[in-house]
Design a protein around this ligand. Structure first.
Ligand code: HEC
Ligand code: HEC
Ligand code: HEC
Ligand code: HEC
Length: 224
């Protein structure tokens, strides 16, 4: 005996097309919807204290990261969530406290080893190491290294050195957006990311003493 379909053949085909269309549509919408509508600053600050992180509410720092030409402040996801399908999925893994935003589980044993440091500092250190490991990929989502023209001669020298030695943004620009946390001992000593020349074109060796330009540009800025 044949079970009669509740719908005619034509309706079935139309439904199949609709479902497939919604599926494909979702694949395209997944990342923009996640970044722009779901992983908003307001969601991050359900768990992370807004006065520490939201640029307009900061109590700890006088100078938040500058606004974009459109007048918006960089959002949490701009600096903390890399782009792409799997990276987007990491946001959901983070919301259920499974991983960070780079798909890494916490290594509690390693975190507990050594001297005690305040949890806040430990978290900042982890974020820096992650940005180092991934070549400050989120910063590069807005900043094109070759196009940066620092106004000061100190900045010019530092940026030449950065391209020559392939140093990455976070090695110098830490303590830029949130409360200051001292640079940890042994910071940025892990293996450097392998980068194709197309990403960071090799420039000629700088003709100055590179050890002179190593300081953190944010050091000494006003801190409330
Ligand atoms: C459900 C709660 C929750 C939400 C929502 C949440 N986080 Fe977190 N986040 C945590 C917890 C818990 C930690 C670990 C805290 C610690 O070690 O001090 C963490 C850690 C972090 C870290 C440090 C990474 C590391 O290695 O520990 C960053 C950066 C971060 N969150 C950014 C964000 C951003 C950006 C958003 C919004 C898109 C967000 N979080 C939303 C709970 C949350
Ligand atoms: C301009 C880039 C930028 C933006 C925007 C940004 N962060 Fe961060 N964040 C960083 C960097 C870089 C660190 C690493 C620590 C450091 O050097 O300041 C960090 C560290 C953190 C940490 C680790 C603990 C700490 O305080 O250092 C958390 C949690 C965090 N950010 C959450 C957020 C949340 C939530 C938002 C949005 C309200 C946000 N961040 C917006 C760049 C940014
Ligand atoms: C949403 C886009 C966006 C992201 C993400 C972003 N920036 Fe920026 N950044 C800007 C804009 C816009 C300016 C202001 C114009 C300029 O100086 O290029 C700026 C300015 C800066 C400055 C100059 C600071 C000052 O006070 O004048 C530094 C340094 C900097 N960014 C570093 C970083 C680093 C490091 C990261 C990653 C942790 C990062 N930015 C992530 C958009 C962004
Ligand atoms: C070797 C250290 C070093 C590295 C690596 C580095 N910078 Fe800088 N950067 C500096 C210094 C120093 C200045 C000048 C700060 C000043 O004079 O106030 C500067 C200035 C800037 C400025 C401000 C330009 C202006 O308007 O004067 C931006 C934006 C910036 N850096 C972004 C980045 C980004 C994005 C990366 C990664 C692609 C990066 N920097 C890597 C040290 C570095």
């Amino acid at each position: 005996m044949q079970i009669a379909s509740p719908f005619s053949r034509r309706v079935n085909i139309a439904l199949a097309v609709l479902v497939a269309g919604l599926g494909v549509g979702w694949l395209f919408a997944y990342e923009p919807v996640t970044r722009n509508l779901i992983a908003r600053d307001g969601l991050c600050t359900l768990c992370h204290i807004d006065k520490e992180y939201v640029p307009t509410l900061l109590v700890s720092r006088a100078e938040p990261h500058p606004r974009t030409p459109q007048g918006d402040q960089a959002r949490c996801v701009d600096c903390h969530l890399p782009k792409g399908f799997w990276a987007t999925t990491a946001a959901y893994a983070h919301f259920v406290s499974l991983t960070d935003l780079f798909w890494h589980f916490r290594d509690r044993d390693r975190e507990r080893a050594g001297d005690w440091i305040p949890p806040r500092a430990a978290t900042a250190h982890r974020v820096r190491e992650r940005l180092f490991e991934y070549d400050s990929v989120t910063c590069r989502g807005c900043h094109e290294e070759a196009a940066i023209r620092p106004a000061s001669s100190r900045g010019k020298m530092a940026h030449r050195q950065a391209r020559w030695q392939r140093r990455t943004c976070i090695e110098c620009h830490y303590n830029m957006a949130h409360r200051q946390v001292e640079l940890q001992a042994g910071a940025f000593s892990g293996p450097r990311p392998e980068l194709p020349d197309a990403v960071l074109p090799i420039v000629t060796a700088p003709s100055f003493d590179v050890t002179q330009v190593d300081e953190n540009p944010s050091a000494g800025k006003s801190v409330r």
